[in-house]
Write a protein that binds this ligand. Structure first.
Ligand SMILES: Nc1nc2c(c(=O)[nH]1)N[C@H]1C(S)=C(S)[C@@H](COP(=O)(O)OP(=O)(O)OC[C@H]3O[C@@H](n4cnc5c(=O)[nH]c(N)nc54)[C@H](O)[C@@H]3O)O[C@H]1N2
Ligand SMILES: Nc1nc2c(c(=O)[nH]1)N[C@H]1C(S)=C(S)[C@@H](COP(=O)(O)OP(=O)(O)OC[C@H]3O[C@@H](n4cnc5c(=O)[nH]c(N)nc54)[C@H](O)[C@@H]3O)O[C@H]1N2
Ligand SMILES: [Mo]
Length: 692
């Protein structure tokens, strides 16, 4: 139901799923969020693709021919062969929604002979990930959030109670029961904010100023952990010098938060340190300087000694750290392609992580043919027409493709626009490969098939195998999922039976806190790096002077987006249960701003984008109708809506025409990104609002 993939346990009677709950064996204690509970409604929903389809008529026209799997695989393989003969295998692009099973996807992509594997992360956490890389030399998942043992948690751009990971919410509330303090920094009051001891309503886009003032205060008042800093931090003096002018009094002018409150927060953090967590953010694809907001969040944790601390951000343990060999890599079955990546990662952008690349740049390459043509696009569990800003620009890139394939279990704008739909079974009806989860207690886990597919759908390993077999690719010899599991486990000393009872193989029973006296970082210097030479060489200063956000042009509001507990991104709006609970989104607007426009709560309003610059190449003006939620608890400079609504596909009767789509209101979206952090700037957009 959600990309968080909380562990579930499924009860089956007579081949039917009758109950779903949080997996009691993995700390979920039976708990689920509303979306988890609505899984059975998804399984039984007939408004999803029922079998493989090939497009008849024009793209997006919605005329389909139902075919057999053999014909579908044959068609995809023939097209790929044709495209590869003409443009080389590098002209194939694959993208997915990240997650714990990339090994299978990357093996598939390598087997196709292309370097162009991307995931969704330009629109999600790339800025946070690169911030971690630039400071620690490992990505954001190299640290865990030890919420359970924390004494003070600061959530900045992180709505943990609504943008849910159930285990995290449970751990945080348990810690709060034991006296942990919660501080929330947001541009509106969320459910999380209502539970906080301190809530800071900031002006949108000024978090960097907030963080610089906190660093300033911690250092000036000598509240930081000097011993830790001396031991681990390179160039601390330069940080101290850099933040000197960024006083709380200065930051008050930028953020609107009283200086006194920032000083108070710094003091409280120092009291609770090192058992503190300043969250570096999850979806940080928001502003020009979001990378720097995450970087400074990490640096606050660092100078308070929280990185590596119990109750702070401990370094994760891997299988090897607890004396176990890891899973055998499927990707390793095929050689790494030598071609350079279409998105420029590794050569044009040497500082960015080549793992998931930057999808917006790969699509730009498709649009322009530079550095080379990209002609086939395989989307796995990913809906770029909804997940990326500015669908007009995305469509222009898709129009350059000679083949567009969507592997999905629901309808989506991308599926509707595709040439071929290879329908995935829902997660109840398919198995995954085995995944390895690093953390305080590393473990292996797997998704098992609970019931047989209701429609003519397949698991991902079956789909990839079908395509590779049709292409005649050598080296992929698996006949069954058990074959794959056996291969993955061969060095570990475990068999797949060990997974069958609980879905997991724990590799240790005790949390593995690394010795805080001998932490190892993966940077070139082996230390925490305030100044990262790789970024400096690429032209991105590590300590970037603050620039205020652009003020909304007269008569406009900054468009802010986010999540709610009842829906996942764009794909649950048509779920029968969740649709009933929340059929449409609303436009949050401040009471004063609403009064100026003559709006009352519940009025229907038109939201339109009008921020075209002269060099706009792609975007058409868009507008949408949505109900206004007039409230005092949002910053007056912005309006807010939940992402994922405004569906226009006739095959989704429940979601059809309800609410507005934020991503359509983001102009020039693909080219507005931050090469320093690799994230899109999805909140650098302004909209007009008027009464309908
Ligand atoms: N229920 C549910 N849970 C989910 C998901 C889902 O779709 N549904 N998706 C999962 C995924 S993929 C992700 S990435 C995470 C996302 O998790 P989060 O990033 O925590 O979720 P969001 O709601 O996108 O954004 C968090 C908050 O940032 C605030 N914000 C916006 N602009 C600013 C700003 O300038 N400054 C500050 N300080 N705050 C700002 C928004 O008001 C919002 O409340 O959630 C995960 N969990
Ligand atoms: N404007 C705007 N853009 C955003 C965001 C936003 O808030 N506003 N949020 C961003 C974030 S944080 C993210 S992570 C991306 C997400 O972007 P996506 O990952 O594209 O979004 P989803 O809707 O989660 O999933 C995409 C498709 O995968 C299909 N699918 C196939 N199998 C499965 C499965 O087993 N489980 C699930 N859940 N789906 C499956 C779904 O049917 C759906 O069509 O979007 C980003 N883009
Ligand atoms: Mo995300």
């Amino acid at each position: 139901m959600c990309t968080v993939r909380c562990h579930i346990q499924v009860e089956v009677e007579n081949g039917e799923v009758v109950w779903v709950q949080g997996n009691p064996h993995t700390g979920m204690d039976g708990a689920l969020c509303p979306r988890g509970a609505a899984g059975i409604a998804l399984l039984k929903d007939d408004e999803r693709p029922h079998g493989p389809m090939i497009r008849d008529g024009r793209r997006g026209e919605g005329k389909w021919r139902r075919v057999t799997w053999e014909e579908a695989f044959g068609h995809v393989a023939a097209k790929l062969t044709e495209i590869t003969a003409k443009y080389g295998s590098r002209s194939i692009l694959f993208s997915d929604r990240g997650g714990p099973f990339p090994d299978l996807h990357q093996a598939f992509v390598r087997a196709l002979g292309t370097p162009n594997y991307c995931n969704h992360d330009v629109s999600c956490a790339r800025n946070t990930n690169h911030a971690a890389l630039s400071v620690f030399g490992f990505g954001r998942k190299g640290l865990s959030y030890d919420l359970k043992n924390a004494r003070h948690v600061v959530l900045q751009t992180r709505n943990i109670m609504e943008a849910v990971n159930v285990k995290e919410v449970k751990d945080l509330t348990a810690a709060m029961d034991k006296g942990c303090r919660l501080s929330v920094i947001d541009v509106r009051s969320t459910i999380t904010a209502t539970k906080a001891h301190d809530f800071f309503l900031v002006k949108p886009g000024t978090d960097y100023a907030f963080n610089l003032a906190i660093l300033h205060t911690l250092i000036k008042d000598q509240l930081h952990d000097r011993e830790y800093v001396d031991k681990y931090v390179k160039d601390f003096d330069r940080l101290a010098l850099f933040v000197e002018p960024y006083t709380p009094a200065w930051a008050e002018q930028e953020t609107g938060v009283p200086a006194r409150r920032m000083v108070e927060l710094a003091g409280r953090l120092a009291e609770a340190a090192p058992a503190i967590i300043w969250h570096p953010g999850w979806n940080t694809a928001r502003y020009r300087d979001s990378f720097y907001v995450s970087r400074t969040a990490y640096l606050i944790n660092v100078i308070l000694g929280a990185v590596g601390a119990k109750g702070g951000l401990p370094l994760v343990a891997k299988a090897g750290d607890v004396g176990h060999p890891g899973l055998k890599s499927l990707t390793g079955l095929f050689p790494k392609p030598e071609e350079k990546r279409a998105d420029g990662v590794g050569w044009k952008y040497p500082h960015l992580d080549a793992g998931p690349g930057v999808l917006n740049q790969a699509l730009e390459a498709a649009r322009t043919g530079d550095p080379y043509p990209v002609k086939a696009y395989l989307c796995y569990r990913h809906d770029p027409l909804t997940a990326l800003p500015d669908p007009d620009a995305v469509r222009q890139a898709l129009d350059e493709m000679d083949l567009l394939v969507s592997m999905t279990f629901s309808w989506s704008d991308t599926a509707w626009y595709s040439d071929v739909i290879l329908p995935l079974s829902t997660y109840f009806e398919r198995e995954s490969i085995i995944a390895q989860k690093d953390g305080l207690k590393p473990y292996f886990f797997v998704r098992q098939r609970a019931v047989e597919p209701r429609y003519d759908t397949k698991a991902e390993w079956e789909i990839f195998t079908g395509i590779l077999n049709q292409l005649g690719v050598k080296g992929w010899d698996f006949q069954s999922i058990e074959d794959i599991w056996r291969y993955q486990l061969q060095d570990t000393g475990f068999t797949a039976e060990a997974l069958s009872e609980t879905g997991t193989i724990p590799l240790t029973d005790k949390p593995q806190y690394k010795d805080r006296a001998s932490l190892k970082f993966k940077t070139l210097s082996g230390q925490v790096e305030v100044i990262n030479d790789k970024w400096e060489k690429a032209g991105h200063p590590s300590l970037k002077p603050y620039e205020p956000p652009q003020a909304p042009p007269a008569g406009t509001f900054r468009l802010i987006f986010g999540r709610c507990a009842l829906h996942t991104q764009g794909h649950t709006v048509n779920n029968p249960l969740l649709n009933e609970a929340m059929p449409e989104n609303e436009l949050w607007i401040h009471t004063r701003a609403a009064a100026g426009l003559g709006l009352a709560d519940g009025d229907l309003v038109r939201v339109s984008n009008n921020s075209h610059s002269s060099e706009a190449h792609s975007s058409e003006p868009h507008s949408a109708e949505i109900r206004a939620k007039v409230t005092d608890i949002i910053h007056p400079e912005c309006v807010f809506m939940i992402h994922g609504f405004g569906h226009k596909l006739p095959v989704e009767t429940r979601a059809y025409g309800k609410g507005a789509a934020d991503h359509e209101l983001m102009t020039e979206g693909l080219t507005k990104w931050s090469p320093a952090g690799g994230g899109l700037n999805m909140q650098e957009n302004f909209v007009r609002v008027s009464k309908v």
